[in-house]
Design a protein. Structure first.
Length: 287
């Protein structure tokens, strides 16, 4: 009797998600690498709903589209279609290829999400950690979407969550100064190695480099851990650059949380960052 209890709990926990329409591992490229796939979560009888496009974290080396915690259900309950994408990873491919994968995935969503109940013209791009850098970059450096025949106009909002690489040269200098001053060993595969050992590339992969006035950059909500010096500094840096260019930018520093917990708690009803997120989405959808 006691042995059956965990199974019953698991079934009860999973049953709400089963009431929804979930399509997994849809290829977004042709031919597609095993990592060039995405999942689509749609509310029952969805039609013309705004779309949340989620980019997972993992240091551009690990991570998976399935680690979305409560997000799909939370967004579907609020009337969104939720898409979670995979992309190829370091060191198998370089950073530029990763960003192109994300743009290609967005192109697939634009072309096909209507068939899953979504509105391709009301897209919100979000991501955590490494995914935050990718989200911010694809929403500011329009070359990646242009290569896919799209423009920033399809994106109604961008929500990077606790990223530390909106300004890559700054985080490299910060980290390397910290190692030098404190006599710490260098990270074997740090930001310098991940983004290529070329200062020009570091600038090019930084969202702050590409922010400009009248470019069609969507409104931003930048979520970050208030107690983390690096992600706080990077959030403020990106927010200031956006505001200076006339782009609406809201910053929310979450307290009493961590890098991973901030991400895991997004979607929970009493979570402060979640409340800020849905308030941001509501305002963006009214415009």
């Amino acid at each position: 009797m006691h042995r059956a209890f965990p199974l019953l709990v698991a079934v009860a926990f999973l049953s709400p998600a089963r009431a929804q329409d979930v399509k997994r591992s849809i290829p977004y490229a042709d031919p597609a690498d095993e990592r060039q796939v995405l999942d689509v979560y749609s509310p029952t009888n969805a039609k013309g709903l705004p779309v949340v496009f989620w980019i997972h974290g993992g240091g551009w080396q690990t991570g998976d589209k399935t680690t979305v915690q409560v997000k799909p259900q939370a967004f579907m309950d609020k009337g969104f279609v939720f898409v979670s994408t995979n992309y190829r990873l370091l060191p198998k491919v370089d950073m530029a290829t990763i960003v192109r994968d994300v743009a290609k995935s967005i192109r697939w969503v634009h072309d096909h999400v209507a068939g899953y109940g979504g509105d391709p013209q009301r897209l919100f791009v979000m991501g955590h950690s490494a995914g935050a850098q990718l989200a911010a970059l694809v929403c500011t450096d329009d070359r990646y979407l242009k290569a896919e025949g799209l423009s920033l106009a399809i994106i109604k909002g961008c929500v990077p969550v606790d990223g530390d690489t909106y300004d890559v040269p700054a985080i490299i200098e910060t980290a390397e100064t910290r190692w030098r001053v404190h006599g710490l060993p260098r990270t074997k595969f740090g930001h310098r190695e991940k983004f290529g050992n070329d200062p020009a590339k570091h600038r090019d992969f930084s969202a702050v480099t590409h922010v400009a006035r009248d470019k069609g950059i969507p409104p931003f909500l930048i979520l970050y851990v208030a107690g983390h010096p690096d992600t706080t500094a990077q959030a403020l840096r990106l927010g200031n650059v956006l505001k200076d260019a006339g782009v609406p930018a809201t910053l929310f520093g979450a307290r009493d949380t961590t890098h991973d917990k901030l991400n895991a708690d997004l979607g929970l009803p009493d979570d402060p960052a979640t409340k800020a997120l849905f308030e941001f989405l509501g305002k963006a959808l009214k415009k």
